[in-house]
Design a protein around this ligand. Sequence first.
Ligand SMILES: O=C(O)CCC(=O)C(=O)O
Ligand SMILES: [Fe+2]
Length: 292
Amino acid sequence: MIHVTSRSTMTNHLLPIIDIGKPGAYDLVRHACEKWGAFQVINHGVPLNLFSETELQARRLFSLPMEQKHLVARPPSGIVGYGSHRIASFFPKLMWSEGYRMMGSPVENARKLWLQDHAKFCEVMEQWQAKIKILIEKIVSIMLGSLGLTHEEDMQWFELKNGCDRVQCVLQLNSYPMCPDPDRAMGLAPHTDSSLITLLYQGNINDLQVYKDGERWVAIEPIEGVLVVNLGDLMQIVSNGRFKTVLHRAVVNKTQHRVSTAFFYMPLWDVKVLPLRKLVDSDHPPLYQSLI
Ligand SMILES: O=C(O)CCC(=O)C(=O)O
Ligand SMILES: [Fe+2]
């Protein structure tokens, strides 16, 4: 995980918006992955009403009393539950945000949060995870295809092994309450994700920013029904540096409580993550060693 702490001036360039249903998508995706490490997707197959229902259920969770949220506090070495964002432990200052993580079925913790009334939350979160996972797999195959690679030959961990997925997915809900002094606080400090890719629904408030060309912060203007794709550290490794992981951050504001969802997609812990063989030759030696 890479992080920097300095703030610098922000400009308003547009993060590419790509219609992934169109044949030209491959070239646009490759270009965005090389230049930005991020892009926005439309024509993605996730119904619009599911965006608003997911946001509504996330808001419902964060508006619970603190004692109740602490019933599902994430243990220090745990993955799921309520608490600060995972990156918070790498920074000396507290961030102006809270988070809630799920992996697979959300039922166990949801039952503790709402004794009677957890069914709708679970139904919506399960639908969101299922739709986003299908979409991510499509996007990863476009990314690989844009480099002349395929799932089957080149990234075998995508295949089912003994009927099981070789990937893991984590859904993180983020909440950024209104902040009385936004210039002196940060919702999420600059970081890269350690996933292969992350799919972000940023809500309709303009507080997500990506770092472009190592020199400026670019605000990602929210557009209804658009999802943001962030490349993570593992994508930079498997693409042998062709694609880059994106540094991003969440700022906060005085007047609106923002909620976002981040869906992290990565191979299982025991999968060897290495630059893909077809991307390595004498002109392009491997830039990274195996992670396990
Ligand atoms: O809230 C956002 O827009 C960004 C969230 C994020 O970067 C993360 O959860 O890793
Ligand atoms: Fe992130």
